[in-house]
Design a protein around this ligand. Structure first.
Ligand SMILES: CC(C)(COP(=O)(O)OP(=O)(O)OC[C@H]1O[C@@H](n2cnc3c(N)ncnc32)[C@H](O)[C@@H]1OP(=O)(O)O)[C@@H](O)C(=O)NCCC(=O)NCCS
Length: 127
């Protein structure tokens, strides 16, 4: 079985490699991984925050079957509340492809500002 792809480059990842990566993330206190689900229990999307170089890197996605339903800002807003509850002073950063209109729109809606653009990517920082 193969899994996953990155927001920037698509590639398949073997299940055992993904499971190893996930176990490391779940035991790392510099990582907060949140899954949004329906009631009961159907996963809809995820948000991951990783603390690196003084800020929390944000990565998030909505499952393909739940996209374009207006869920992204709701899910991410709720995930941000969880992070702020644990780390009130957290500074956030997210890199997004310039062509990723839905992701850019979602970050803007939540008050992120575009701090820089380079190589077809945009860097957003927390409000
Ligand atoms: C980015 C992502 C989370 C957006 O999720 P979504 O459920 O489709 O987004 P929503 O339906 O909530 O729409 C968010 C906004 O983008 C707009 N939008 C949605 N799809 C769009 C598209 N294909 N083109 C342009 N705008 C789009 C919506 O109109 C909405 O704008 P609004 O706030 O002004 O109403 C989803 O596309 C995804 O998981 N992509 C793969 C992973 C990724 O790119 N993550 C972000 C970088 S880490």
């Amino acid at each position: 079985m193969q899994f996953l792809y990155s927001s920037f480059d698509s590639w398949a990842i073997a299940t055992d490699e993904h499971e190893r990566w996930l176990a490391e993330r779940l035991s790392d206190e510099r990582t907060l991984l949140l899954v949004a689900d329906t009631s009961p229990g159907l996963p809809v999307g995820k948000a991951r925050f990783e603390h690196r170089d003084g800020s929390w890197r944000l990565d998030y996605s909505i499952g393909p079957e739940f996209r374009e339903l207006g869920l992204a800002a709701k899910m991410l807003g709720s995930a941000l509340e969880q992070l702020r509850h644990r780390r009130p002073d957290a500074r956030l950063r997210s890199e997004v492809k310039l062509s990723n209109a839905a992701a850019r729109r979602t970050l803007a809606r939540l008050g992120f500002r575009e701090a820089a653009t380079a190589d077809n990517r945009s860097v957003y920082e927390s409000p």
